[in-house]
Design a protein around this ligand. Structure first.
Ligand SMILES: Nc1ncnc2c1ncn2[C@@H]1O[C@H](COP(=O)(O)OP(=O)(O)OP(=O)(O)O)[C@@H](O)[C@H]1O
Ligand SMILES: [Mg+2]
Length: 308
């Protein structure tokens, strides 16, 4: 597949009154990406999505969707886009099918058969006649995705799609996204404040913090850091901490009940080991930890306060 830029956000700034909520944002999403847009509450995720969809305007910067300027060529920009922003807004007293019909009427050219297709895709065909009021949250979410799929979009925006879902609902939603990306070639832009919810399904991740994109890249790129993390199980926690605090290659230390977790420069393990041995720190075990994206995310978004 040709890598085509579907979303191009350049130097975008947005303030509400005096409060700057988006600060010189630059991001790109290409065909086939499942882009995880991560950030804590209030970091500006929904505002960004609303700007990309042309629902609010930035004070400065440019946004192109599918090659079209969202401001000057809205109709073309939005043609191949599907979206659920915040909660999917279905009418509770109507059935799933009626909701889809209403939504389909907003477009000129959606054939009736498309409603059955999208019901099938999200596995709601058996409940299509029931009122949405009787749906579980997971089913409402899937109905929202069905609505977003009606116009056969190239790219779908999902704002916190797994918010409030139970583990099974989360699993279903994630599987649905992966399936749609693989089988139908749909590109996704998914926001979340919970990293582990998107970590397994995203090909690319951007981390937003107070309106600034502080990291962007593939999950693999973000995880490849220049430090290693070791868990040292020891009864001599105080001694170990006092020694390691002074070592230049130690980047951070966290204490636990039965030992410490220490982050050190890459390839400095023998120095760490040597230091503990020389000072006769009783060590029960030392094991290397894989850094999860969750840890990285917490570090980045908490300003690295664990650093010594
Ligand atoms: N219409 C608005 N008027 C004034 N301030 C707003 C408006 N919309 C958003 N904000 C402010 O912009 C900031 C970013 O909000 P936004 O909803 O984009 O964050 P978010 O990352 O989606 O958060 P959450 O994870 O809670 O959904 C917040 O400080 C919010 O109060
Ligand atoms: Mg939001």
């Amino acid at each position: 597949m040709n890598e085509e830029i579907l979303i191009d956000v350049k130097n975008v700034n947005k303030s509400f009154g005096k409060r700057k909520v988006i600060d010189n944002l630059n991001l790109r999403v290409c065909t086939g990406d499942v882009y995880g847009f991560l950030g804590p509450n209030g970091s500006g995720k929904t505002t960004t999505i609303r700007m990309i969809l042309g629902l609010v305007f930035p004070q400065s910067g440019q946004i192109h969707v599918n090659g079209h300027d969202i401001r000057t060529n809205y109709t073309d920009a939005i043609r191949d886009v599907g979206a659920i922003v915040e909660n999917p807004s279905a009418f509770l007293y109507l059935s799933g099918r009626q909701n889809l019909q209403l939504r389909a009427n907003l477009y000129k050219d959606i054939p009736a058969s498309r409603i059955d297709e999208v019901l099938q895709i999200v596995d709601l065909q058996d409940r299509a006649k029931d009122k949405v009021r009787t749906y579980s949250l997971g089913m409402k979410q899937r109905l929202g995705i069905a609505m977003a799929l009606l116009n056969n979009p190239k790219i779908v925006f999902l704002d916190e799609p797994t918010n409030g879902l139970d583990p099974q609902g989360m699993k279903d939603t994630k599987e649905l996204i992966v399936r749609l990306a693989k089988e139908n070639g749909i590109t996704f832009f998914i926001s979340s404040h919970l990293l582990n919810e998107v970590e397994q399904i995203c090909t690319k991740v951007g981390i937003l913090m107070s309106g600034k994109l502080i990291k962007q890249g593939s999950v693999k790129e973000l995880l490849s850091s220049n430090t290693d993390i070791f868990e040292v199980v020891t009864a001599d926690i105080e001694l170990a901490v006092s020694l390691l605090k002074e070592a230049a290659y130690v980047k951070s230390i966290q204490t636990k009940n039965d030992g410490i977790v220490v982050e050190i420069d890459k390839n400095t393990f023998s120095q760490l080991n040597g230091l503990l041995m020389t000072h006769q720190v009783t060590v029960t075990s030392i094991s290397q930890q894989e850094k999860s994206l969750e840890q990285l995310f917490l570090e980045l978004t908490s300003g690295g306060e664990k650093h010594v």
